[in-house]
Design a protein around this ligand. Structure first.
Ligand code: AMP
Length: 387
């Protein structure tokens, strides 16, 4: 066996490349960084230049891509369709299959693929693994994954619910089980990933059985700038009566909706500050956000039947005390009993914020998608090497 125990995690987005070098023996990060504004005038011209910059930064710290300690590169990939349901060793065929999935994720998959192709040119001999945002949700039963539209049409255009944030939901549900001192197989968890994008997942015994995002990351909860659920006929109405084009509706729902559309701010810190000043518009935006969250919470409670824990994660979930408070208020009859003092405590550690007698544990579990990608990458590479 080699002593290569580090994984470089690359998240190549449309205008940025994030990287973390993770030491797998202790989870430490010898290096991490971000190249932003790719393609903007005066900044990094393209993804090739961005990855060269990452390689240079690593080399300058003696941690270059040629380091013998580097075991693999793990790539965050957004859409795996029905084809990729597990971490996947990247080959030419895999890249081609990812290309065929571009229509399902036109904003994300091309950038992911570009990052992969450049990294493979830089280190063609090194195992590189794609970890898909959709993969964890592949265990959803058809009853949860299918939309109630004509089956032939749905199949023809791959219209079904895929779900996103899977890496985060997987990591957080497992960490929540650990926090309870149980194995993931033994617990049912509702994970609320509340960041700028937001989604909920119902996880039964470590397997996802439902999640709020669907064909695209637009469905479900109210988000920073995305609408989440709405009557699909609204799109027809806006087109037929309002004369909005498909692109205008796309922009409206993805960029000018959610909290930003409702009150002009997409940052929960700003919204709670405005509420404290008596701002009614901010109050209503907050109430709509929380109402939708509670609908999913109740829905997933019924889907799971028995809930052992509710876990809050991502920017809002980890930090916004009033959101957690409002989301769970008055649910004592469902066995959910928030400890209001513990809910106020600021910490970066996974922690319980329910009372000791609460039948359903409530947890705050900071997400770590990079660590999850690194672990899945390292695990796969080890299995292949020892096979
Ligand atoms: P993420 O996408 O996980 O990085 O989450 C980003 C969002 O988290 C921001 O847009 C804010 O709405 C929210 N956020 C971050 N820090 C705080 C905080 N201290 N209090 C409330 N919300 C926060």
């Amino acid at each position: 066996m080699t002593d290569a125990t580090r994984v470089l995690v690359l998240n190549s987005g449309s205008s940025s490349v994030k990287y973390q070098l993770i030491e797998m023996t202790d989870g430490s990060r010898p290096a991490s960084g971000l190249v932003e504004r790719i393609g903007e005038p005066g900044d990094c011209p393209d993804h090739t230049a961005a990855l060269d910059l990452v390689a240079d930064e690593l080399a300058a710290r003696g941690l270059g891509l040629d380091s013998p300690q580097l075991a693999a590169i793990g790539h965050r990939a957004v859409h795996g369709g029905t084809r990729f349901t597990a971490p996947t060793l990247i080959t030419d065929q895999v890249v081609q299959a990812m290309r065929e999935l571009i229509p399902l994720a036109p904003l994300h998959n091309p950038a992911n693929i570009t990052g992969i192709e450049i990294a493979r040119k830089l280190r063609p001999d090194l195992p590189q693994v794609a970890v898909f945002d959709t993969a964890f949700h592949a265990t959803m039963p058809e009853s949860a994954a299918r939309y109630a539209i004509d089956t032939a049409t749905a199949d023809r255009y791959s219209v079904r619910r895929y779900g996103f944030h899977g890496t985060s939901h997987q990591y957080v549900s497992r960490r929540t089980a650990e926090l309870l001192g149980k194995s993931p197989e033994a617990v049912n968890v509702i994970v609320l990933h509340l960041g700028n994008g937001a989604s909920a997942a119902a996880v039964a015994g470590g397997r996802c059985v439902d999640t709020s995002m669907g064909l695209t990351p637009l469905e479900g909860l109210v988000m920073g700038t995305r609408s989440g659920d709405l009557d699909p006929a609204i799109l027809l109405h806006l087109h037929r009566v309002g004369g909005l084009s498909v692109d205008e509706i796309d922009t409206l729902l993805n960029r000018r909706s959610g909290l930003a559309g409702l009150c002009g701010d997409n940052d929960m810190r700003e919204i709670t500050r405005r509420i404290a000043e008596g701002d009614e518009q901010a109050r209503l935006a907050f109430d709509i956000y929380v109402h939708r969250l509670r609908k999913y919470l109740g829905g997933y409670y019924a889907v799971l039947g028995r809930v052992d824990a509710i876990a809050f994660t991502a920017g809002v979930g980890e930090n916004a005390v009033p959101v957690r408070e409002a989301a769970l208020a008055g649910l004592e009859d469902l066995g959910i009993d928030l400890d209001h003092a513990l809910n106020q405590v600021r910490s970066t550690e996974p922690r319980l914020i329910s009372t000791p007698t609460s039948r359903v544990a409530v947890a705050v579990v900071p997400t770590d998608e990079e660590l999850e990608i690194a672990q899945q990458t390292f695990g796969l590479v080890r299995r292949i090497q020892s096979a």
